[in-house]
Design a binder for this molecule. Sequence first.
Ligand SMILES: NC(=O)c1ccc[n+]([C@@H]2O[C@H](COP(=O)([O-])OP(=O)(O)OC[C@H]3O[C@@H](n4cnc5c(N)ncnc54)[C@H](O)[C@@H]3O)[C@@H](O)[C@H]2O)c1
Length: 273
Amino acid sequence: MEKKLKIGIVGCGAIGSTLAEAIRENLSKGAELASLYDTDLGKCYKLANISGNKKLAALNLDALINKANLVIEATKAASAFEIAKKCLAFSKDIMIMSVGGIIEHYKELELLAKGKKAKIYIPSGAVCGIDGLKALANSRINKVTLTTKKPPKAFLGASYISKRKIRLDNLKEDTVIFEGDAYSAIRVLPQNVNVAATLSIAGIGPKDTVIRIVASPEVTRNVHEIEIEAEAGKIVARTENIAHPDNPKTSYLAALSAIAYLKQIIGSLKVGT
Ligand SMILES: NC(=O)c1ccc[n+]([C@@H]2O[C@H](COP(=O)([O-])OP(=O)(O)OC[C@H]3O[C@@H](n4cnc5c(N)ncnc54)[C@H](O)[C@@H]3O)[C@@H](O)[C@H]2O)c1
């Protein structure tokens, strides 16, 4: 009998909980939940209980890494790099959800993974079009632009908005609040990081990927529009996201995309690039 992939989940929030359920309910033929960890141990124990085994709760990251072959990082941008580095140092594969947190270091992580014979998986996350971008990257790409539109209230509290005294109340039309490369986008509006980071890594890199962030009174959902101009064709892809039921800041599609990736990893039939 083939061995099941032992999966450890770091971060027992919205995405971590959805993935734990999927591993239990839908992926159990090829994978098993081996360990859970969260800096909020209460959340960790709660998810271990829901998953039917209190012993799944690990007291620290090292204990989780010890039990898993693949670690899923679903924490926060500020933690992602250190978690990924530690997993790779122990030659464990890692799936990264907080992609914005590794944008400055993804090449370093790639080198480490190579040296340790481990893999880094980055799901498409809250956006579609990554498959086409990956294919086009094998020929010449002239331009990649991501336009992210969110309702004005989604930007309330962002320090970039208050520092620049950008008025978001009573907006009557779409207002571009940032345009620049992906590195700058991630620095100034860190809450918009993951899609910009994934797109950059898959395509032409953070320095050359153009990010436009728009406060739009027209939209009620977070909308990502990708435009790719390349030698082999042009792609325009639009994703309208519905929020995850447990975290309004996270798109449900991001969690589903990680489930789809896990299916690719453990399955015999792999569809899509
Ligand atoms: N790739 C994408 O397209 C995409 C889309 C949406 C969200 N995300 C990212 O995925 C991550 C998880 O999202 P979520 O909605 O589940 O968040 P969440 O806030 O619901 O859960 C995160 C959990 O991680 C825990 N945590 C924080 N730091 C930790 C650490 N160092 N070690 C262990 N646990 C830690 C928190 O206590 C919390 O329980 C976030 O960084 C989010 O930005 C990515």
